[in-house]
Design a protein around this ligand. Structure first.
Ligand SMILES: O=C(O)CCC(=O)C(=O)O
Length: 254
């Protein structure tokens, strides 16, 4: 067992450093700005999975072999994308993500899924970096409760009795680093009140044996290994169209 896998099993999360190179991270950063201009109706934290099916760069990014080699350590060789979302917190006004467990929101059977959180910007306690409560992945999934008092990304949170903030760990990441977390760990992030943008890309990967019970809940693409017949129907990868899609280094090959 690798040290990363050991920490993930014991604490529910782990961190890989310098996974993607600076050129690709610069493209991801430009992609976020391009998306934000294309979708002025969306808040920057809301660049979500519904945008993925018609976005060749997004598929190129989440299917990068350096990411899939990490994913394989957690869910095995047969990999699909379930969902992906840029949580792009603008300077001074980025919304918090209240304490929650991801699995409580997801129609997956079984709940075999792993999240890679790719840092596009440096992510620190000052700019609303992600925080986890180690070892809470051993809890059962709880029902999340609406919290209309706080202007937040999710609008809901885990009941307070499951949160001991004194145990929380800040995931401090540089651009190109990746944190990995379990669908049951209690985690969240504060508002961004700093002058620096905090953008991260959440990528949810499932083994092809996990069924997505509500297909519209995500953006299903088969990425590596074998498909399990009769479990999910996968989307076809979009073909790059100059002018319509974000241009990137290898866009003509997509
Ligand atoms: O990006 C954030 O601040 C929170 C991300 C998160 O909750 C997640 O990836 O499940």
């Amino acid at each position: 067992m690798t040290p990363h896998r050991k920490q993930y099993d014991e604490l529910g999360y782990t961190i890989f450093r310098n996974v993607l190179d600076a050129d690709l991270i610069k493209e991801a950063s430009d992609h976020v700005e391009w998306l934000a201009k294309k979708h002025p109706e969306l808040r920057p934290e809301e660049l979500g999975h519904f945008l993925v099916p018609d976005d060749p760069f997004w598929i190129r990014l989440v299917s990068d072999d350096r990411l899939l080699d990490i994913v394989e350590q957690f869910i095995g060789p047969n990999i699909a994308l379930f969902a992906s979302h840029y949580i792009n917190k603008p300077p001074f006004s980025g919304r918090p993500v209240l304490w929650h467990q991801d699995g409580s929101y997801w129609p997956l059977e079984p709940m075999e899924v792993v999240t890679l959180w790719l840092a596009v910007d440096a992510s620190t306690p000052d700019n609303g970096g992600m925080r986890v409560i180690p070892a809470t992945h051993r809890l059962d999934l709880q029902e999340m409760k609406a919290n209309p008092e706080v202007d937040s990304v999710l609008g809901s949170e885990i009941p307070v009795e499951f949160v001991d903030e004194s145990l929380a760990v800040d995931l401090v990441l540089g651009p190109g680093d990746v944190s990995v977390h379990n669908p049951t760990i209690v985690h969240g992030s504060s508002a961004n009140t700093s002058p620096n943008r905090r953008c991260g890309l959440t990528i949810r990967y499932i083994p092809t044996s996990t069924k997505v019970l509500v297909p519209d809940a995500g953006c299903l693409f088969h990425l590596r290994g074998d498909v399990v017949e009769g479990v999910n129907t996968y989307l076809t990868r979009p073909k790059y169209r100059p002018g319509d899609h974000f241009k990137f280094r290898s866009s003509d090959a997509w």
